[in-house]
Design a binder for this molecule. Sequence first.
Ligand code: GSH
Length: 243
Amino acid sequence: MMKLFYSPFHTFIHKVLVTAHECGHWDDIDFIPTFPFKNLDGEDQGDAYSIAALNPLDKVPTLATETGQVIFGSQAICEYLDANTKARNMYPEPGPKRWDAITCLALGDTIFETTVQMVAEQWQEPEQWNMRVFESLWPKYIRSLDRLDKQAAGWTDFDIGHASLLHAISYLGFRAEFYEAKDPIHPDFRWRDGRPALSDWFDAAVERPSVKAHYNVDFAGDTSAERCQQAVRDILALQKEQR
Ligand SMILES: N[C@@H](CCC(=O)N[C@@H](CS)C(=O)NCC(=O)O)C(=O)O
């Protein structure tokens, strides 16, 4: 089985999980809950969930294939799953549709990663927040969402770009609704406001089995650090065998 180290927070949509499901790999993956930011929480977690022995960046998602090859970076993982698809493809053939899809992928991924940056900024006391982070990011989000709203009514396919958008938009919503620390520029931000086409598209897309399989479904398995570290050891042992 493949092993996927990932954050088991299903309060937002994960592009890699959507891709795994759409490409027919759902039952081929052992999902290993990993809490990368707990590595920063020295006192009680230490490096309990560190996967640095596999990925020098110590980041999720990280995939190990059946042969122990380690692939990290969500884009690399999605390409791997797609190249080995047992069902459909998420990446269109080279041509305008593909360029649109991977551009949309870049857009969604940037929105997601910078939103994580804003969340991390707000782990500090408000006096320490770097306002330039918020000031520089918000215009990018507003422009992007407004543009996507104009495009959304024309989306009939579902490709890797759309999976990335679901990831980004659901996380934007989650951040706004879940976190106690309100955004200093848009404290009551709702991405749906004034964007009916994008909102309708999102509501239809979350009905896909690949989304329903995890979105807002609690992870039911073992989330212990021991499980994570056992998985790391298993992969390292497999790699040794393969040499
Ligand atoms: N470009 C990477 C970003 C992954 C990423 O930033 N993961 C975060 C969690 S959302 C992480 O593991 N952070 C831990 C750290 O930076 O130490 C990807 O797309 O996979």
